[in-house]
Design a protein around this ligand. Structure first.
Ligand code: GRF
Length: 203
């Protein structure tokens, strides 16, 4: 059983995909962590009885800090942390503590269209403006630089007929939803092998 925590800031469609598509006997979503109290992802977690913590790097009523989460995750032996639309930067010491266990889903074909400020519609607008034929989704390990960690898996989608950044966003979201649950299940099955700089996914 893989024990994960999912960090969110918004709608939570990727959280839902993981929740519904990865077999329950293989995966336990122990916590949902959000920097926003009022968002679709939090609502979904609450409706499905997943414990939610709100996190802030400032002292704020109703919010925990990263130190609290670090201890909580170590105590509950979290195997993997998924950033699924989390918009805040994860502090460096937290990244160090969960090196190799922290992954992110990004709505573009990294290393293109990543980095600071590249989130949400900004990404798709840049892809649209550059008249790219393809975009897609990337799942990668998180390091201390935005969208820079080793890529685990990507899926492409043809966006050459898209008439707007919003249309690209829809096409990319579909491939995110196809890619993410499969990769989480691979983690559950121990089929993602990190060998130095190489990442192998076993069929
Ligand atoms: C997704 O496009 C994901 O790639 C990005 O943020 C978005 C989150 O969407 N990091 P949702 O909240 O999972 O619906």
């Amino acid at each position: 059983m893989l024990k994960i925590a999912v960090f969110v800031s918004g709608r939570g469609s990727n959280l839902k995909q993981v929740f519904f598509k990865v077999p329950k006997e293989k995966l336990a979503i122990l916590y949902v962590i959000s920097d926003k109290q009022d968002c679709g992802a939090v609502k979904f977690a609450e409706e499905n009885n997943i414990p939610v913590f709100f996190v802030s790097d400032k002292v704020k009523e109703g919010y925990v800090d990263y130190h609290f989460l670090l201890n909580k995750f170590l105590k509950s032996e979290i195997d993997l942390i998924l950033l699924a639309g989390f918009l805040k930067k994860i502090p460096d010491n937290f990244v160090d503590a969960f090196d190799g266990k922290l992954i992110n889903i990004h709505p573009a074909l990294l290393p293109k269209y990543g980095g600071k400020g590249m989130y949400g519609l900004n990404v798709h607008r840049a892809v649209f403006d550059a008249k790219e034929k393809f975009s897609g989704a990337s799942i990668h390990f998180v390091n201390k630089i935005y969208d820079d960690g080793k890529i685990i898996a990507q899926r492409k989608v043809d966006v050459s007929n898209a008439k707007s950044p919003e249309e690209i966003a829809e096409l990319v979201l579909q491939v995110e939803h196809e890619l993410l649950p499969g990769i989480i299940e691979k983690f559950c099955d121990n089929k993602i092998i990190v060998d130095g700089g190489d990442i192998k996914i076993i069929d």
